[in-house]
Design a protein around this ligand. Structure first.
Ligand SMILES: [Fe+2]
Length: 336
C-alpha cells in the first residue's frame, strides 16, 4: 500500500489482523503526524485487516499520553472522557481523562482473570475456546450505542507467556455458521449488562436476589449479528458469563436464565466464535499499541502472576459510527 504506512497481514498465528509498518520513520510522534496528514489511512487498514491493528515502538506515548488521544481521534469522532462517565477516579489517568488504566498496581488494583482449569489444553497450549476459556467480551456492550474501537497501549506488560490478550474474529465465525443457525441468529438480540448490575451467570445461578437497577444500568439489547458500517460484513456480537444479562436474558424472546434455551444457544455460539482458527493471541511487548474493532471482534484477557508481576496498560475507547441499527439514538448511560 502506498503512503506513509505498510500493512502486513495477517498477524502471526492468526487468520486476521495486521501490523502497521511506518515507512517515513518510527516513533509515536512521527507516526501520529503521518496518520493525521492522511487521516483515512489507518482506519482503512483497520477495516482491511479485519478489525485488528498492531503498531509497535509507541513508547514515547508514556511520557506524552496526549499522543494516545490524538491517535484515537483518527479512528472516530468521540473519544470517551472517563471523568464524565461515572468511572472510578482511580481508574482514570491523572492528567489525560480519556485514558482508562488497566493494572494490578495501586491505585487501580484490578487483578487479571483467574487461570483456566486446567491451565493448558490437552495439547499443552493456551486455552482459547469457551467455555474452557472464560472472559470473552466486547467493550462496554452494556451501553447503547456501544463503542466502535478500543486502543490499548502496553506501558508495562508482563513477560510473554502470561497476560496475553486474545481476539476472536466475529466476521469469520459468522461466515462459518451453518445456514440454519445463521437464519436463527440474524434477527436475534442479546441482552447485555454491566457487572455492577449483579446479573452475571454465577450470581443468577446462585439465586442471588435481583436488585433494582437505575435506568443507566438497565440491560441493553444488542444485535447478535452486527452489520459493520464500514465493510458491510456481518459479525457475531456476543459476550458470555459476566457481560450478558442472565436474569432476563441472555437473549430476547428465548427462555432466560443459566439453564434455559437461551443459555444453550449462547454456549453453542460462544464455543463456535472462539474456535482456535478464529483466534489471534497477542503477546505484549512494551510500547505495543493494539487497535481493535469492537463491532466485529470479541476479546479476552488472560491470567498473570500478580505475586511477581506488575502490569500497566492504557486504554481509550472511540465511538460515533455504530451502524444503522443505532441511528439517532440517545446514549443509554447518560440518563439518570
Ligand atoms: Fe475489554
Amino acid at each position: 500500500m502506498a503512503g506513509d504506512f505498510d500493512l502486513v497481514t495477517p498477524l502471526p498465528g492468526a487468520g486476521f489482523g495486521g501490523r502497521v509498518r511506518p515507512t517515513g520513520g518510527a516513533g509515536a510522534h512521527t507516526v501520529i503526524a503521518a496518520a493525521e496528514r492522511d487521516a483515512g489511512a489507518l482506519p482503512k487498514m483497520l477495516a482491511a485487516s479485519g478489525g485488528l491493528l498492531l503498531l509497535t515502538a509507541m513508547d514515547e506515548m508514556v511520557a506524552a499520553p496526549e499522543l494516545l488521544v490524538r491517535l484515537s481521534r483518527i479512528f472516530g469522532p468521540e473519544v470517551e472522557n472517563y471523568r464524565e462517565t461515572l468511572t472510578s477516579p482511580a481508574m482514570v489517568h491523572d492528567t489525560v481523562p480519556e485514558i482508562f488504566l488497566v493494572s494490578n498496581a495501586p491505585p487501580v488494583n484490578r487483578g487479571p482473570p483467574s487461570r483456566p482449569e486446567p491451565p493448558l489444553t490437552a495439547d499443552g497450549t493456551l486455552p482459547v475456546q469457551f467455555p474452557h476459556r472464560r472472559g470473552w467480551h466486547t467493550d462496554q456492550s452494556y451501553r447503547r450505542p456501544p463503542p466502535d474501537v478500543s486502543l490499548f497501549l502496553a506501558v508495562n506488560p508482563v513477560p510473554k507467556g502470561e497476560g496475553q490478550t486474545l481476539f476472536a474474529d466475529g466476521t469469520a465465525a459468522y461466515d462459518a455458521l451453518p445456514p440454519a443457525l445463521k437464519a436463527r441468529v440474524d434477527t436475534l438480540e442479546g441482552l447485555h449488562v454491566g457487572l455492577s448490575a449483579e446479573r452475571s451467570y454465577d450470581e443468577i445461578l446462585a439465586s442471588k436476589t435481583p436488585r433494582a437497577l437505575k435506568p443507566r444500568e438497565r440491560p441493553q439489547r444488542q444485535p447478535v449479528v452486527r452489520v459493520h458500517p464500514v465493510t458491510g460484513r456481518r459479525a457475531l456480537y456476543l459476550c458470555e458469563m459476566r457481560q450478558m444479562d442472565w436474569l432476563e436474558g441472555p437473549f430476547v424472546g428465548l427462555e432466560p436464565g443459566p439453564r434455559g434455551d437461551g443459555a444453550k444457544l449462547l454456549f453453542e455460539l460462544m464455543t463456535h466464535l472462539t474456535r482456535p482458527e478464529f483466534i489471534c493471541v497477542h503477546e505484549w511487548t512494551e510500547g505495543d499499541l493494539v487497535v481493535w474493532d469492537n463491532r466485529c471482534l470479541v476479546h479476552a484477557a488472560t491470567w498473570f502472576d500478580t505475586a511477581t508481576q506488575v502490569r500497566i496498560m492504557w486504554r481509550t475507547t472511540v465511538s460515533g459510527n455504530p451502524g444503522a441499527a443505532y441511528a439517532g439514538e440517545q446514549k443509554s448511560w447518560v440518563t439518570a
